[in-house]
Write a protein that binds this ligand. Structure first.
Ligand code: C5P
Length: 225
């Protein structure tokens, strides 16, 4: 690919399969991976630890800019998420962090403070970026933009299965309710709301296998390479 470093953006609501698809795609392409939700979750965890409320906007913006985070891709910590030098991969997946992340994500100065940090992931040979506003705000010039959706019921079932596999007890009806509340907040916020970019391709993953979705995305990428 000539010109700017290639980016594939994968946006969509929680449970639509973004994380899995983005990871498999990045492996197949040999490209870097940005899990932008993890950055919001890390900020959420750091703010909870610092006892900072969602209304403390100036402190939150300062915290977002100073956040000491790493996503090692090699060595013994490969694949882990590191905050202040310690592994927090499991902690940030907890519902409390997801919930707080979604609240903080609606604060404009927080989003602004995290923008450059996310754009810095655009390194050769290319980047697969997973989130809510990758195609609309963070990488508006991405040559391939994908928006993944799935029915709310299917997304809740996937989340339930994931939690069960991790040995975390969860109730399907509660998960569905939380997911709907999070969708509502993500789509209704005034800054960078969850929505497909105008030039995004939407794929409904409700009845599709991971392989089928990855192949559909790869076709688009290959057409643009
Ligand atoms: O994708 P994940 O569930 O890890 O993201 C946690 C929360 O972070 C989302 O509910 C959303 O509110 C927020 N987020 C966002 N923009 C992104 C990624 C995540 O607003 N690019």
């Amino acid at each position: 690919m000539n010109g700017p470093i290639g980016v594939v953006t994968i946006d969509g609501p929680g449970g639509a399969g973004k994380g899995t698809i983005a990871r498999v795609l990045a492996e197949r392409l040999g490209w870097h991976l940005l899990d932008s939700g993890a950055i919001y979750r890390l900020l959420a965890l750091a703010s909870l630890r610092a006892d900072m409320g969602p209304g403390e906007v100036d402190r939150l913006a300062a915290l977002a800019e100073a956040l000491d985070i790493r996503f090692p891709t090699a060595g013994p910590e490969a694949g882990e998420v590191i905050l202040d030098g310690a592994v927090v991969s499991d902690l940030i997946r907890q519902e409390a962090c997801g919930e707080r992340a979604s609240v903080l994500a609606a604060v404009p100065v927080v989003r602004q403070a995290l923008l450059d940090r996310q754009r810095a992931f655009r390194q050769p040979p290319g980047l697969v970026a997973d989130g809510r506003d990758m195609g609309t705000v963070v990488f508006p010039d991405a040559p391939v933009k994908i928006f993944l959706t799935a029915s709310a019921g299917e997304r809740a079932r996937r989340r339930h299965k994931q939690l069960m596999e991790q040995g975390v007890a969860a109730n399907l009806a509660d998960l569905l309710q939380e997911l709907r509340a999070r969708d509502q907040r993500d789509t209704q916020r005034s800054v960078a709301p969850l929505k497909p970019a105008e030039d995004a391709v939407t794929i409904d993953t409700t009845d599709l296998s991971v392989e089928a979705v990855v192949n559909a995305v790869m076709e688009r990428v290959e057409a643009r390479l």
